[in-house]
Design a protein around this ligand. Structure first.
Ligand code: GAZ
Length: 263
């Protein structure tokens, strides 16, 4: 593929593209350039993106660069239709779009929950997250022919949602959030488990998410610095495998750079 993708390895939107390319057997055909969001952005990239900082960004020689993960997914799917990841049948694709429609609300519910700093609002965020899971559960129950996946394999909706399921490991760890037992959640539980087990979607790990997203759990997103700290939890050096697991109690403990293994 005559294009390169500027990305953040731990960003969910970037992972969508890595998953899609892996499913198509194209992951090694494309150059991924890693961007460090804790450093000032290369002006050349800002020029390519027309001034926005969000990644992924696809650079296509001789053409204006493309951004927005779902735009990039559509482009790759149409450029390389074989093997299809989205359902080729328009009606079936409409069904999977019912789920994809919900990705924005689902993502916002999880990120605002992990970033919340007020223990009194915890229940409200948890309830909002559960409402998103119930809505997905209902769509799966009412429209999905598949028993675990939406259809018979890991496909389009799975590619869009799996990176969020993996990021939301930060809710397991920092909020003790779990899907409750019961029929309202049984179908989405099966879907999530099947998504998490997909071999083409193993770009990130539980410990990595928990360590890198510590700053989100303290209310600081996108590589911003938590008050009193000098190093972002998103830095590449020291790399995350050598760092300790952060304290899970985000509401009353604020770990230092040293306690996080960042210096
Ligand atoms: N709509 C874009 C897409 O490609 O789909 C979004 C891309 C994006 O937000 N990328 C972020 C980025 O590049 C990293 S991932 N940031 C670096 C920069 O310098 O701008 C999600 C949230 C949220 C906060 C963060 C993220 C997230 O809510 O995952 O909610 C879904 C950022 C507060």
């Amino acid at each position: 593929m005559n294009a390169s993708i500027h990305h953040i390895p731990v960003c969910p939107f970037c992972q969508r593209l890595e998953i899609l390319l892996s499913l198509k057997g194209l992951r090694d055909q494309i150059t991924f350039n890693v961007v460090d969001i804790t450093k000032p952005r290369d002006p050349r990239l800002l020029e390519l993106s027309k001034g926005t900082t969000a990644l992924p960004l696809m650079e296509i020689p001789g053409r204006t660069a493309l951004k927005e993960s779902r735009v990039l997914l559509d482009y790759v799917e149409e450029l390389y239709p074989d093997p299809p990841v989205a359902r080729p049948d328009p009606y079936e694709h409409a069904l999977e779009s019912l789920l994809v429609e919900r990705e924005g609300g689902f993502g916002a519910a999880g990120y605002s929950f992990v970033m919340n700093q007020d223990p009194a609002k915890r229940e409200r965020f948890s309830e909002r997250m559960l409402a998103e899971y119930r809505a997905i559960n209902d769509i799966l129950v009412n429209y999905a022919p598949g028993k675990t996946f939406f259809f018979d394999r890991f496909g389009w909706a799975e590619t869009v949602f799996t990176p969020f399921f993996m990021r939301f490991w930060f809710l397991d760890y920092y909020e003790g959030f779990e899907l409750p037992e019961g029929a309202q959640y049984d179908r989405v539980r099966l879907w999530r488990e099947a998504c998490l087990a997909e071999p083409c979607a193993q770009q990130v790990q539980f410990d990595q998410i928990v360590k890198l997203y510590y700053d989100y759990a303290k209310g600081a997103g996108n590589g911003a610095l938590v008050e009193g700290r000098r190093v972002s939890s998103f830095v590449f050096e020291p790399d995350w495998p050598g760092r300790p697991m952060p304290p899970a109690d985000k509401y009353s403990v604020s770990a230092s750079d040293a306690e996080l293994g960042l210096v």
